[in-house]
Design a protein around this ligand. Structure first.
Ligand code: NAP
Length: 295
């Protein structure tokens, strides 16, 4: 992603004269193998993300999408604090990262409990000084039609999927502002964009999360802190394992790319947004959903 003087610009220069119209394509292009002049070989650099080693905290890192994000950030050289509800869950992910040469620490905490988050954050800041990359990923579903949804199912989803992000941001943002560098990633959902029957609680939480992202992006821009939302579609994790085959068939019909996503599909964009290369992107929502919600 870095600019390389040997690489041709990817967009035309504004000052350049208008380019001649491209020649018409051959009637039927034969299968050709592309070869690049030696001078263009360094263009491969464009694909490398720029990361300084930083401290990252990923909630819900014990399984699924959070685990993939934690592993990817650790592979970039970041120290990753893995948070999950069950100690075994984040513990095994942190142990696996450490065993493969990365830096990670498990931190079990109930993200829906503001006191637990405040205590955990204070301990983490005392040990690490700052958290540079915060990924609010922990989430649950408690689906039901609105007339049958209990108050508890409403409030559990709101506190775990929405309020928790506020608790973590509030607890960790001050050192980020002092350092004048930060990345906040909120994991939303396609459901927060287009809705879904049986998920008024989840849709409200995920749409609200992007509200946090936009307000925060404006609030923290002057401190060089970016905030973005990633909105996954249907991803193969424990969360979607409970879907019936009929439900999966119906979902696949709504996915132009005709497959469920993988946790790695989400980790890839999280990795980019956490990098130095994404410095000029803030307040945005990135759908990673196989084309379910376009535009
Ligand atoms: N999978 C999808 O299709 C999909 C689609 C759109 C958006 N998303 C969103 O992506 C995020 C991750 O989803 P996923 O599919 O990877 O979920 P998952 O496989 O069910 O994993 C959820 C993770 O969140 C943690 N967690 C849940 N409640 C918590 C709490 N109160 N305190 C601390 N940790 C808690 C879990 O901890 P334990 O391991 O300790 O239980 C687990 O590590 C969620 O926000 C979800 O809404 C998922």
């Amino acid at each position: 992603m870095r600019a390389n003087p040997n690489c041709p610009p990817t967009v035309p220069s504004l000052s350049a004269p208008p380019a001649a119209p491209p020649p018409p394509p051959p009637a039927r292009a034969a299968k050709t193998r592309l070869t690049f002049p030696a001078a263009l070989a360094p263009c491969a650099d464009r694909m490398k993300l720029t990361h300084q080693p930083r401290v990252a905290l990923v909630t819900g890192a014990g399984r699924g999408i959070g685990k993939a994000i934690a592993e990817t950030l650790a592979a970039d050289g970041h120290t990753v604090i893995c948070v999950s509800k069950k100690p075994d869950s984040c513990g095994s992910v942190a142990a696996a990262i450490t065993a493969s040469g990365g830096k990670a620490k498990a931190f079990p905490a109930d993200v829906a409990d503001p006191a637990a988050v405040a205590t955990a954050a204070a301990t983490i800041l005392a040990e690490f000084g700052t958290v540079d990359i915060l990924v609010n990923n922990a989430g649950i579903t408690r689906d039901n039609l609105v007339v049958r949804m209990s108050d508890t199912d409403w409030s559990d989803v709101i506190s775990t999927n929405l309020s928790a992000a506020f608790y973590w941001i509030k607890a960790l943002v001050r050192p980020m502002t002092q350092k004048r560098w930060g990345r906040i990633l909120n994991i939303g959902s396609v459901v927060g964009r287009v809705g879904n029957p049986g998920q008024v609680n989840y849709a409200a939480a995920k749409a609200g999360l992007h509200g946090i992202t936009m307000a925060l992006a404006r609030e923290l821009a002057s401190r060089n802190i970016t905030a973005n939302t990633i909105a996954p579609g249907f991803i193969t994790t424990d969360m979607t394992a409970k879907l019936t085959d009929d439900q999966k068939d119906a979902i696949l019909k709504a996915v132009p790319l005709r497959r469920l996503g993988a946790p790695a599909d989400i980790a890839a964009i999280a990795d980019f947004l956490a990098s130095d290369d994404a410095a000029y992107i803030t307040g945005q929502l990135f759908s990673v959903d196989g084309g379910m919600a376009m535009g």
